[in-house]
Design a binder for this molecule. Structure first.
Ligand code: ZN
Length: 861
């Protein structure tokens, strides 16, 4: 009965609770009947953690403590046995209690409840303890179990847990929801030659025979998704600063470490002290250690005390670009910011996962920007976020920042560019609205009020809305709860300016924001701020009577939306791009020209000609690298092979001559050249570098770059592919990288039937263990130059999507789709996607959105 009642809206809950109270008294009289009906309700425990189950458990459980032990054998094939003692306070044992556990449920479970062997039932991934084994107040339940390998990421000589968002329950029985925070005590047994790291520090270590037993200290309250440990053959380096010691666990060798470790530690300590000052809260957990994992699924994951990083994101190549430096600094600051935003204060439910991401990004930008004094922060922000947010928001599958989530099992589908890139833009708008100091104070209050607990966006808005600031809740609604972006059009009417805001979904939505008008008359630029808060506004006497050379609404690069350029303006920008002397204006125009291209208002050749010409004169490093990535993207994915034939010689000649003179951008240039290279001359040159590049005087490539080069050459020269790949494989010394190469090279086999076979193998779960490898391989299988031979992959790969979501990590469905579809631009490919959508009218909404996002370029054909 409580399950049902809790389904009602929250404003009715007080009524419900008084009804529950009344029923408590009645239950003395009608105990039998009531318990009967409760049992009936509980039979409906469904797969995953539904919102109802989460709310029901939240209402009765508190003071949760997990005492966990895992026995980890050296051999990957041997099972991991575990034991969990879960202690908690129970308000009322009127219901059976469901623990979440997705382990092997075919064998009987030994469960001891409050000292007595207990009866349990196993339902849809839950171990349900009968209420007769529970009591009011303190309870203790003991489980013995086998942990399936699902989220333990077991490799031959190391493993790491990754439980976000609801995967802790794949490893041990627990309450796998973010608002039931608990303290964790961990003991693990590992081979004596291994090291291990967890949220807490090691309290006790014993070695007997070949087994090492480690006891870790009790943690602060954590949600299950942040509980973590890693173990295996790791080396460690540690540094101490201001009384804080940080240990880095890694598998890299000296060559990779030498240019990186100092900067990694310095970034960590700098981030910690900056955030302590900003929040006025000392680092809230016992210790801060880092673990560098080869081919880690994400760039980083913020487990307190054991933050995981993708090794290649921490250890940069020998000649990193400015962008790579900046990205790493941003990543470390982002993960560190999570210690406060997400870890100390956590969202109550995963529908607000965006909030921890936006806070982390927002803080990271603040931490990092003073470290790069030569960088224009606004420019950096513009190029880092807008394009990425638009890549989703321009599509018919766009999602809002705030999304609904009925069950934790679907939480992975909430992640994406909107959370990571649109949300920071909205956060910056909020800061503009409230003022920097007021927002900082509001965040301090928000963190201290909810420390070690849970809170969301509403709580923040209500703190900031005191005293009531004008329209804050409405503003928040349009930007947070609505999907898509406004189309903004400037029209000159006589000397007046009309600005229109159109809703691409024709729902008359209004996104209020500030526009930065700029226009040029007789070579003189005029600027003006415009508050855009209606569908259409008219501003009198903006112009003086001359014909403007261009009119532009986004001169500061802060406007969010599709800024439609009239043909006079876009032609002016294309022909005079280099004369736009203000960096921010130039970057903003570059972004909006590219959006006009994606919206079909600008031919790709014109855009590419402008961008290629600009390379030799561009002086801003960030814009330069942005030009390169934009050239690569548009050239590979937006042009026909005929257009490529016309442009390839000009493009490659320009890139090689830039390579000869631009010392600071050699890595970015060579990366771009490898991807776009088509002419025989370039191929031959590259071939020379590949064989003996280690000693080649003018080109030093990292292992990753060499691998990419080998792949690209195999693609461009199918007749020599096998030899190129064989020879290169012999040169790879790092075993993790060699394994990745051996996997991906199968996608470059010149024989179509071999590629077909390899594609079929990717449809089997056991072959998708290393997701970054799978993404790379799937993209090569569907490379634009092989798209006609890859049409047959589209339907089966789409048919697998639901399984991919179930078995893969949270970003995998999206990257699976992107790798599959980005190389296709034919009508046949579009027809296959449309047919798939037509065949599945009831397809899960979140996955359908992801298809619409990844297939946007096809669906626009
Ligand atoms: Zn994050």
């Amino acid at each position: 009965m409580v399950f049902r009642l809790l389904k009602l809206e929250s404003n009715k809950t007080s009524v419900i609770y008084s009804k529950i109270k009344l029923m408590k008294y009645l239950s003395v009289l009608f105990a039998g009947i009531l318990f009967y009906s409760c049992t009936q309700q509980q039979a409906q425990i469904t797969a995953g953690v539904s919102e109802e189950l989460a709310q029901q458990r939240k209402a009765v459980l508190s003071e949760i403590n997990y005492d966990l032990s895992f026995n980890i054998p050296a051999q990957k094939a041997e099972k991991i046995n575990g034991k969990a003692v879960v202690r908690f306070n129970l308000k009322e044992p009127r219901q059976n209690l469901a623990f979440d556990f997705k382990g092997d449920t075919t064998k009987p479970y030994q469960v001891i409840s409050n000292g007595k062997s207990a009866e349990i039932s196993i339902k849809n991934g839950h171990l349900v303890i009968d209420k007769s084994n529970l009591k009011v107040g303190q309870n203790e339940i003991q489980f013995q179990f086998v942990s399936p390998d699902w989220s333990l990421n077991r490799n031959p000589d190391f493993l790491y847990t990754l439980f976000v968002p609801d995967r802790a329950s794949t490893a041990f029985p627990c309450f796998d929801q973010p608002n039931l925070k608990a303290k964790f005590k961990l003991q693990i047994q590992i081979p004596a030659s291994w090291k291990a790291v967890a949220n807490g520090s090691v309290e006790k270590e014993q070695t007997s025979d070949s087994i090492k037993t480690l006891d870790f200290r009790l943690t602060q309250p954590l949600p299950t998704y942040l509980f973590a440990f890693s173990a295996g053959k790791f080396d460690t380096i540690s540094r101490t600063q201001n009384g804080k010691t940080c240990v880095l666990y890694h598998r890299e060798k000296d060559e990779e470490l030498k240019n990186n470790t100092d900067s990694i530690f310095s970034l960590v300590f700098r981030s910690l002290s900056w955030i302590e000052q900003y929040t006025k809260i000392s680092y809230p957990f016992e210790k801060y250690d880092l673990v560098a994992i080869p081919s880690f699924q994400y760039n980083g994951m913020e487990h307190p005390g054991a933050t995981l990083y993708r090794a290649s994101s921490l250890f940069l190549d020998s000649h990193p670009t400015q962008q790579q430096f900046l990205k790493r600094a941003n990543l470390i600051a982002h993960e560190t910011a999570h210690m406060w935003f997400g870890d100390l204060v956590t969202m109550s439910w995963f529908d607000e996962v965006w909030l921890k991401e936006v806070f982390a990004n927002f803080i990271a930008d603040k931490v990092v920007s003073p470290m790069f004094p030569n960088f224009n922060f606004d420019l950096q922000f513009l190029l880092a976020h807008y394009d990425a947010a638009y890549s989703v928001d321009r599509t018919s599958g766009a999602n809002a920042i705030g999304q609904k989530l009925a069950n934790m099992k679907d939480a992975g589908s909430l992640y994406g560019s909107i959370i990571y890139h649109k949300a920071p833009i909205v956060m910056r708008m909020l800061e503009q609205k409230t003022g920097e100091a007021a927002l900082q104070k509001g965040l301090q209050q928000y963190l201290s009020q909810n420390a070690y607990g849970n809170a969301g966006w509403k709580e923040l808005i209500s703190i900031l809305n005191k005293p009531k600031s004008e329209g804050l809740p409405q503003w928040s609604d349009a930007w947070v709860n609505e999907a898509g972006r406004p189309h903004l059009i400037a029209i000159k009417k006589g000397n007046d300016l009309i600005v229109e805001q159109k809703d691409p979904r024709n729902k008359n939505r209004i996104w209020s924001q500030e526009l930065n008008l700029a226009f040029a008359e007789n070579g003189k630029v005029h600027q003006q701020k415009i508050s855009m808060n209606a569908e259409k506004i008219r501003i009198a006497n903006v112009f003086t009577g001359a014909n403007p050379e261009w009119i532009y609404l986004n001169a500061q690069g802060k406007v969010y939306g599709f800024v439609a350029l009239d043909s006079i303006t876009s032609n002016y920008f294309l022909n005079h791009f280099s004369t736009l002397s203000d960096d921010l204006l130039r970057a903003s125009v570059l972004t909006d020209l590219s959006e006009n291209l994606y919206e079909g208002k600008l031919p790709p050749e014109k855009y590419l000609n402008m961008a290629i010409n600009q390379l030799s004169v561009e002086n801003n490093a960030v814009i330069y690298e942005s030009l390169l990535s934009s050239i690569e993207r548009v050239y590979l994915y937006k042009t026909t092979s005929l257009q490529q034939q016309k442009l390839c010689s000009k493009l490659e000649t320009t890139l090689w001559s830039e390579y000869a003179v631009r010392n600071n951008h050699q890595t970015a240039l060579i990366n771009c050249l490898m991807k776009v290279c088509k002419t025989e001359a370039s191929m031959k040159k590259f071939l020379e570098y590949l064989g003996n590049n280690a000693t080649h005087p003018d080109l030093k490539l990292s292992t990753d770059q060499q691998n990419t080069l080998a792949f690209q050459l195999a693609l461009g020269m199918p007749e020599r592919a096998i030899r190129i790949l064989d020879e290169h494989e012999k040169c790879i010394t790092n075993p993790d990288k060699k394994a990745g190469f051996q996997f991906v090279r199968k996608s470059l086999n010149p024989a179509k039937n071999e590629r077909d076979k390899f594609f079929q193998s990717l449809l089997l779960e056991e072959n998708r263990e290393h997701e970054p490898w799978v993404e790379q391989a799937l993209a090569y299988l569907n490379h634009p130059s092989r798209q006609s031979e890859a049409l047959s992959y589209i339907r089966p790969a789409l048919d697998k999507l639901q399984e991919i979501q179930k078995t893969g990590d949270i970003f995998f469905p999206q990257s699976w789709l992107t790798s599959l579809l980005k190389g296709h631009n034919s009508a046949e490919a579009a027809a296959i996607v449309k047919q798939f959508l037509a065949d599945h009218p009831d397809y899960p909404e979140n996955l359908k959105q992801k298809i619409l996002q990844s297939a946007d370029h096809l669906l626009r054909l």
